[in-house]
Ligand binder design. Structure first.
Ligand code: 13P
Ligand code: ZN
Length: 284
């Protein structure tokens, strides 16, 4: 079977296009990776070639022998559909989890510079979800980035604000959101810091840079990114109108909502004093 005719490659390319249409992928901004299923690789085995082993820059032994579809470094999401073999590609991880080789695509390119973060996130998510999560997505989401300049860089602050600004948020990400302070992107240190957050959350904010999302499939992962970013957009608007916030979704409401939808909210983000989670001043 032709690689470009497979369902997972089509789904991957659709997600790149959708992200670009949201305005989250200026130039080569953002990257995407998918942990390919055994049966999906079996379908295209004949189309794969043998590449040269290269260092990943970190160690992911739990992913040894796995195949990933990834975006290329310096490649634009806007070009993925028209030029797939140059912009995306399939890599295989060696048996030690320290090296990868390209077996399809990525002509004239290499995997995203954020490969260490993608693979460390995949490794931790494979473990904590019993293999259910397969997609890691990094996007330059404008409103979340804006908030990292004006809110304290704390998991509790970002989680509570995002939950509070849109009714669906506590249901869509009941575990909350992790926040990673500004760090140099592309290396092992930021990958480790992000992976620590991903042990507990499906979303990690990178201060002044963007977000990482994890999920079982393309739609769920994209939907998660979209939901959090939309909530951030609402908060930016509320803070921008410079008028006191006179009502909000209270912590009591959040608890009721969780009860109705059968989700368990991460307790540490619920205020114990019973006060409404809103405040008299915007952005507090
Ligand atoms: P790449 O082009 O290497 O994927 O980098 C884009 C990016 O968003 C870095 O954080
Ligand atoms: Zn980035």
């Amino acid at each position: 079977m032709n690689v470009l005719d497979t369902g997972f490659v089509k789904g991957f390319m659709n997600m790149c296009e959708a992200g670009f249409n949201m305005g989250w992928h200026e130039r080569n901004g953002g990257n995407l990776s998918y942990r390919i299923k055994e049966e999906e690789i079996a379908e295209i085995k004949d189309m794969l070639s043998d590449g040269e082993w290269r260092d990943i820059g970190t160690c992911v032994p739990l992913l040894s022998g796995e195949y990933f579809l990834v975006t290329g470094s310096g490649r634009f999401f806007s070009n993925v559909k028209t030029n797939p073999e140059e912009t995306i590609g399939i890599i295989k991880i060696d048996e030690t989890g320290e090296r990868y080789k390209t077996v399809w695509g990525l002509k004239g390119s290499r995997p995203t510079s954020e490969l260490p973060t993608h693979l460390m996130n995949h490794e931790v998510k494979k473990k904590v979800t019993n293999g259910a999560h397969r997609v890691i997505y990094h996007a330059h989401t404008t409103n979340i980035i804006a908030l990292t300049f004006v809110l304290p860089l704390e998991d509790s602050v970002f989680t509570h604000k995002l939950w509070e600004m849109a009714t669906e948020c506590p249901v869509v990400f009941p575990d909350g959101v992790g926040v990673v302070k500004w760090m140099v992107p592309g290396g092992r240190d930021i990958a480790e810091a992000t992976m620590e957050k991903m042990k507990e959350y499906d979303l990690a904010v990178w201060a002044h840079h963007g977000m990482f999302a994890s999920g079982p499939d393309f739609d769920t992962t994209f939907g998660l990114m979209h939901t959090a970013e939309k909530s951030a957009e609402i908060l930016v608007k509320v803070m921008s109108v410079n008028s006191p916030m006179i009502q909000t979704i209270t912590d009591e409401d959040l608890i009721k909502l969780a009860g109705e939808f059968g989700v368990t909210l991460n307790e540490k983000f619920i205020r114990k004093d019973g006060n409404p989670s809103g405040s008299s001043r915007n952005g507090d």
